[in-house]
Design a protein around this ligand. Sequence first.
Ligand SMILES: Cc1cc2nc3c(=O)[nH]c(=O)nc-3n(C[C@H](O)[C@H](O)[C@H](O)COP(=O)(O)OP(=O)(O)OC[C@H]3O[C@@H](n4cnc5c(N)ncnc54)[C@H](O)[C@@H]3O)c2cc1C
Length: 436
Amino acid sequence: MHWQNWSGLESAEPRTVIRPTSVDEVVAAVAAARRGGTTVKMVGTGHSFTGIAAPQDAMLLPHLLSGIVAVDREAMTVTALAGTPLKVLNAELERLGLSLHNMGDIAEQTLAGAVSTGTHGTGGVAAGLSAQLTGLQLVTGTGEVVDADARHHPDVFETARVGLGALGILTSLTFAVEPLFVLEAHEQPMTWDQALGSFDELVAQSHHCDMYWFPHTDRLLTKQNTRLDLDPSDAEPLSRVRHWVDDDLLSNTVFGALTAAGNRVPGVVPRLNQVAARALSERTYSDVAHRIFTSTRRVVFREMEYAVPREAGLDALREVRRLVDASDWRISFPIEIRVAPADDIPLSTAYGRDSFYLAFHTHHRSDLAQHTAYLSAMEAVMRDHDGRPHWGKLHSRTAADLAPAYPRFADFLALRERLDPERLFSNDYLRRVLGS
Ligand SMILES: Cc1cc2nc3c(=O)[nH]c(=O)nc-3n(C[C@H](O)[C@H](O)[C@H](O)COP(=O)(O)OP(=O)(O)OC[C@H]3O[C@@H](n4cnc5c(N)ncnc54)[C@H](O)[C@@H]3O)c2cc1C
């Protein structure tokens, strides 16, 4: 069986494929790997840009471990099987009048895949999906089924919320939920000076703030999402036509054609970015939260994202612009800027510090030499600003230089030693970032 990730950069040929339908079947797969001295890995939907999910011997597919299994309206928690796609959870929660607090830009990923790499959105009291967990169930490398939360196996719970797939196979996840709420999105184009000058104010004014800088231009698109005290039936989403034109036609079809044209004739990219940035217009609309947070991405790209301390963020961004302006790269994708409050998850990019995220993209067919030069230069800036790379996005860091970036790196390694002493869950990526 051939496995390939979404961006097409990573592939693997696992020897066996298992579609577990129960925790017992996951335990059996782990036991078989132990007996055979082989590896076993549950994959998600392959939306990581790195080889973090690449299976070597046995690949467990997530599809039959899907759906909500418990709703506790008193505790306001919902438990779902680990392979549930985020979009399925969102739809089910909406039907129940519930919602997650925050999420990233898309909803294709599985719950376990998303939390394992520290998937995050922007703003809120918790930006990462992992920081919204209240419990998890894990099958360890010694075949134990561990139900972990703040009271039971608290060390496992604390650490396995961002476990990189290295600590065990997650079988279910429990999230804190809220009553379904409406967000109003306000998007507006701004000049560089306007956006950077009012950045702190824009973040403070809204619950979730996101920005996109168009390289080779002086313009950004800012998106502020604010909670409205409104019944979901009174929300004012974009009309179907406007939604189709703006979010499907322009953001996917036209953008896809323009980036493909930019790959063929790189010299036109700055002009195309100028046109795209000028075409942006102000718009305000509202909808239930998950439809505001997430959208469809059909243009395939490669991505690197780093978190730097919040207070270093604008300096890092200015340095990024200085390098882009001074280079001969032709970057057709906007650079995304987000923020997150600190959390307490040992390998979370926001561990112990309020964070500022910068995400760099290139088209999946863009010239590899330029892609590498661009991302390497950006990574050097991120390192200079004490950056931590997203575990599911491209980076070149190794265990030796990740350890100093994470005060609790050694605790993670010690727990891994206990939960997966035989490295049943390992692969090349984990050996690089964890050192064995
Ligand atoms: C278009 C696009 C948009 C994105 N937007 C965002 C964003 O807004 N914010 C953000 O932070 N990230 C974003 N990402 C990154 C993405 O959220 C992460 O890479 C995420 O891990 C992908 O989830 P997946 O289900 O595809 O998991 P995979 O990539 O398949 O796997 C990720 C890891 O999870 C492990 N895993 C999967 N299932 C289990 C299990 N049951 N038990 C233990 N480990 C398991 C895998 O082994 C692997 O280590 C985006 C990616 C793409 C392609």
